[in-house]
Design a protein around this ligand. Structure first.
Ligand code: PEP
Ligand code: MG
Length: 587
């Protein structure tokens, strides 16, 4: 405890769970924030461009060294490769050179201008994942800027004391150099939950709070601080009482984690003996290892569109096949649900793949895009069918809103299989086919769609967006984005009843499935399988093990009588509060 200093609590975003207590170590970003503008004479322009190219090359060489040295965690390497690609990207590299030439300005100024324009473009994107990608651009530009201005770099790998890092921002390259024996956790001024730095923190399993805005201006080197990565808070100069309290929290959390992780490989079976598959959602193939370590029973949603980002061309059939095959083989015999391209909408890549839409959420998204671009779709369908020869694959079509779409998707799948047959390539057509139920028209037409598929997978993120007319990425209306809204519950019930009647399976892969206090209701409705962010699997398995499915079914009768999300939440709290205890978050 420090004398004379008042305890300060600052709130940020909980990027990685856990609690740590230790001394702060400030990571400086010397010299790169203040950039001067000066004119370059026409005769010196080519020299200036050379200077810029050399700074990029140096940044690339440094990054390559980090990639080579980076440990087995492929996930990190992938993120670093994204940075490698950004270094060569036309948007950053080409435009900076153009600006130097056209405006006769120094490379630092040109780079700064290009980056701020790019950030503006990223900031208009509604998808939080893409928004976060602006952080990648900034980090890559920073490394070039360091070389241009000759600033000293912080060598995180060389830290010798056991500390908590405090930084304005940490790039994935910096984060991946963290030595776990020295660094207990980290906090940053910048960043959101979907940032790559947060992803790395979660895979390193160290506590992290990001987006604190003014951590670096409030905290000084060697200040005693506490990170509460669960709550997303940081306590500076904790009092003796606070320290004692957090030492206890830390022990409790570690015990809890040890228990749930130990239990997570065991099946999720309710107290009345019903077994549920608890699956993981992945965006990138590298995530399968984490998913397995968290006890995932399979992949319930493989969001394949992420393989189409950060590039200017479409991946080839063989490229896709290789990635899918890797995942399928690692997971075998566990199922891998490959969702076909869900591009556009909030995952638009207008730069490369189309024109800007006025209303993208209602635009040429997902299956609509694929049916309009049969070549892109066909490449993916063939890759999926080929990968299916190597393990347990299911195919899932996103954003089905009419019978026509599911019929067409199936027809194209047949055609892809026929072409593979003709070419004599190994494939497997005997796979389960599913439709995402995430548009109200699909709920209404569920009985017709059911005739064409083996399973439904409910995407609550979009189902809520499209049913309650709430933009899922708009923070102004996020308080209205409620999974427990009776309109949503009735739809879920209807879809589950249709699935039973038509004898097909019913899954859920939206965020609702990974929220502990929704589980009694989802078991009561009759979900066969739930899929979620892999880190949540142990928690959800634990909740399932404490529930009785028969009780949950009769509980549903009361749930269906509720008129508001709030009263539904209160009802869950009343009936299951003692089981869910700390996991009851507000809606
Ligand atoms: C959903 O909409 O609930 C879903 C799982 O898909 P995505 O979040 O990728 O749109
Ligand atoms: Mg969706």
């Amino acid at each position: 405890m420090e004398t004379n200093a008042k305890e300060i609590i600052i709130k940020g975003i909980n990027a990685s769970p856990g609690i740590c207590i230790g001394k702060a170590y400030l990571v400086d970003r010397e010299g790169v924030d203040i950039v001067e503008k000066y004119r370059i004479q026409a005769k010196d322009l080519s020299g200036e461009i050379k200077r810029f190219k050399a700074a990029v090359k140096k940044a690339k060489d440094e990054l390559r060294k980090i990639v080579e040295k980076s440990p087995e965690e492929l996930q990190h390497a992938h993120i670093l490769e994204t940075h490698m690609a950004l270094l060569k990207d036309k948007m950053l590299y080409g435009r900076t050179i153009e600006t130097v030439k056209q405006e006769s300005v120094n490379a630092e100024w040109a780079l700064k201008k290009v980056v701020s324009n790019l950030i503006e473009v990223f900031q208009t994107m509604t998808d939080p994942y893409l928004k976060e990608r602006s952080a990648d651009v900034v980090q890559v530009a920073d490394s070039i800027m360091h070389n241009l201005v000759g600033a000293k770099k912080v060598n995180i790998a060389a830290i010798e004391k056991r500390v908590i890092l405090v930084a304005h921002d940490l790039s994935p390259a910096e984060t991946s150099q963290i030595n776990l024996e020295r660094v207990m956790g980290f906090i940053t001024d910048r960043g959101g939950k979907a940032s790559h730095t947060g992803i790395i923190a979660r895979s390193l399993e160290i506590p992290a709070v990001v987006g604190l805005k003014n951590a670096t201006s409030t905290i000084r080197n060697d200040n005693l601080i506490i990170i509460d990565g669960n709550a997303g808070t940081v306590i500076i100069h904790p009092t003796e009482d606070t320290l004692v309290k957090y030492e206890e929290h830390k022990l409790d959390y570690e015990k809890y984690k040890a228990v749930i992780t130990r239990e997570s490989q065991a099946p999720a079976e309710s107290t009345d003996g019903v077994r549920f598959a608890v699956m993981g959602n992945i965006e990138l193939p590298e995530e399968v290892f984490a998913l397995l370590s968290y006890g995932g029973d399979g992949i319930g949603l493989y969001r394949t569109e992420f393989q189409y980002f950060n590039r200017t061309d479409f991946p080839s059939e063989n490229e896709l096949f290789d990635k899918y095959k890797d995942v399928v083989e690692v997971m075998d015999p566990k199922p891998v649900t490959i969702r076909t391209l869900d591009i556009n909408g909030d995952k638009a890549l207008t730069n490369h793949f189309g024109s800007k839409e006025v209303n993208p959420a209602l635009g040429l998204r997902a299956i609509r895009y694929c049916l309009k671009n049969p070549q892109v779709f066909n490449d993916q369908l063939r890759a999926i069918l080929r990968a299916a020869a190597f393990g347990n694959v299911r195919i899932l079509f996103p954003m089905i809103s009419t019978y026509y779409e599911i019929r067409e998707a199936n027809r194209m799948l047949d055609e892809a299989a026929e072409s593979l047959e003709k070419e004599g390539l190994p494939y497997n057509r005997d796979i389960e086919i599913g439709a995402m139920i995430e548009v109200p028209s699909a709920v209404i037409m569920a009985d017709v769609i059911a005739e064409n598929v083996d399973f439904f997978s409910i995407g609550t993120n979009d189902l809520i967006q499209y049913s309650l007319a709430i933009d899922r990425g708009n923070e102004q209306v996020s308080h209205l984005f409620q999974a427990l809204d009776p309109a949503i519950i009735r739809m879920l019930k209807h879809v589950a009843d249709v699935a039973r009647e038509k004898d097909i399976k019913i899954f859920m892969c939206g965020e609702m499935a990974g929220t502990p206090h929704h589980i009694p209701l989802l078991l009561g409705i009759g979900m066969d399988e739930l899929s979620m962010n892999p880190q949540t699997i142990p928690d959800i398995k634990r909740v399932i093990r404490s529930l009785n499915v028969e009780d949950a079914r009769s509980f549903m009768k009361d749930v269906l009588k509720q008129n508001t999300a709030k009263s539904t939440f209160e009802l869950i709290k009343e009936a299951y509060g003692s089981i869910l205890s700390e996991q009851m978050y507000s809606e």
